[in-house]
Design a binder for this molecule. Structure first.
Ligand SMILES: O=C(O)CCC(=O)C(=O)O
Length: 398
């Protein structure tokens, strides 16, 4: 069980069941549409006229018509209605950037930052990092992902929704998987994008306000531009008369599409990425490729996994703090139960009274940027926090 209580088998079975039910429903709808097309012409005209009044969404189809396509054509193009809606989605890079607090002491000492290197040869990677003394050595590699179509395509939410918006995915709800109210919901990727990627930006800004003054804030340049903790869009959303009130937004929980084998589920997205050659340097090969897609502020608590890991940052940036397995004894792993691979320490706000030795544990850290991948050797502890909206993929091999 990697990365916490992520019950892959159960979740995957639920996703499969949900998708099967959806497919059955779609087949039924297709049958109905077929039946509609087969209506005699006079009956079809009557039907069309009767439907004319109930078109709040049809207005979108109408707009298609205005751009040159006949209205009838737009009305029959079922997927087209959705695509027109998607065309209005923003690019990820254009979303406002809320402020995300980093753990105490983050990025304060350049000597602790994981080195960044240009794509090493397989041999150099193996001898210098995988087999480095002390259980391997973390490194950030750049230049390996330059030819991934995902770098440009996944910026575009319309693209993601067009390719996969109707597919059901498991979304982790809550601050992180150690939190009591944490849970998983099955939603379509399109719903997730709207409720948690686009809109969550404002949720985070509100949460920052509600939690008190900004501290350890990153992206302060944006703060200067917008004049405070909340982005301009967030402040607009909070203005009196906004459809959703401040309280409701603050209560809405953050969603994270975390550790999901999205590329097995949706092969079209797999064509946007490339498995790094380094993943062949092992005896058992690739174990799994996971997607991690979410808004700014998602947290994966401090934990360790048994595999070599390349965490590839496709969109946005993530802060990662790493501890060698040699320091496990001062990281206070949960002593029993399902979290024995996870520290009891909240790296964002360590409790020095309960975990006095934690502060003595030396760490490495990095701000992983789009186009870079972080190599984490097996058993290295890692805490991960998205600083912006973020989409990454991890490649685990052994
Ligand atoms: O990106 C994240 O939130 C966590 C990634 C992680 O824990 C992993 O790749 O093992």
């Amino acid at each position: 069980m990697m990365g916490g209580p992520r019950f892959r088998g159960v979740v995957d079975a639920a996703v499969a069941a949900m998708e099967a039910a959806l497919a059955a429903l779609q087949a039924q709808q297709a049958q109905q549409a077929q039946h509609t097309r087969q209506r005699p012409e006079h009956e079809q005209r009557l039907h069309d006229e009767a439907s004319e009044g109930e078109q709040p969404r049809g207005s979108k189809r109408q707009r298609r018509g205005e751009t040159g396509q006949g209205r009838g054509q737009g009305a029959r193009d079922d997927g087209g209605g959705a695509h027109t809606r998607l065309a209005q989605l923003p690019l990820l890079r254009d979303l406002p950037r809320p402020h995300v607090a980093l753990p105490p002491g983050a990025m304060a000492n350049p000597g602790l930052v994981v080195p960044v290197i240009d794509a090493p040869s397989l041999e150099a990677f193996m001898t210098g990092y995988m087999l480095a003394p002390g259980g391997g050595c973390p490194v950030v590699i750049q230049g390996v992902m330059d030819n991934w179509p995902a770098l440009a395509r996944w910026q575009d939410l319309s693209y993601l929704e067009r390719v996969a918006g109707h597919r059901t995915v498991p979304v982790e709800m809550g601050q992180h998987y150690l939190e009591e109210s944490w849970g998983t919901q099955l939603v379509t990727l399109g719903e997730f994008i709207r409720a948690h990627v686009i809109d969550s930006v404002t949720t985070d800004a509100v949460a920052t306000h509600a939690d008190g003054p900004c501290s350890g804030v990153v992206d302060s340049g944006h703060a200067a531009l917008t004049g405070g903790c909340a982005s301009a869009a967030a402040r607009a959303a909070l203005a009196p008369g906004a459809t959703e009130g401040r309280g409701a937004r603050a209560r809405r929980r953050r969603g994270y599409l975390a550790q999901h084998e999205l590329f097995d589920q949706i092969p079209a997205l797999a064509t946007d990425i490339r498995t790094p050659d380094y993943c062949a340097l092992g005896e058992d090969g690739l174990r799994s490729v996971n997607a991690w897609f979410g808004p700014a502020g998602t947290v994966t608590p401090l934990h360790q996994d048994p595999y070599h890991n390349l965490l590839a940052q496709v969109v946005g940036r993530k802060y990662v703090r790493l501890f060698s397995p040699a320091h496990t004894n001062v990281l206070y792993p949960h002593p029993s139960g399902m979290h024995t691979n996870t520290s009891q320490v909240d790296a964002d706000a360590p409790d020095a009274a309960r975990f006095p030795l934690y502060a003595s544990a030396p760490f490495l850290e990095c701000m992983l940027e789009a186009g870079q991948m972080l190599y984490m050797p097996p058993q290295w502890w890692h805490f991960v926090k998205a600083v912006t909206v973020s989409f990454s993929c991890s490649f685990w091999w052994s």
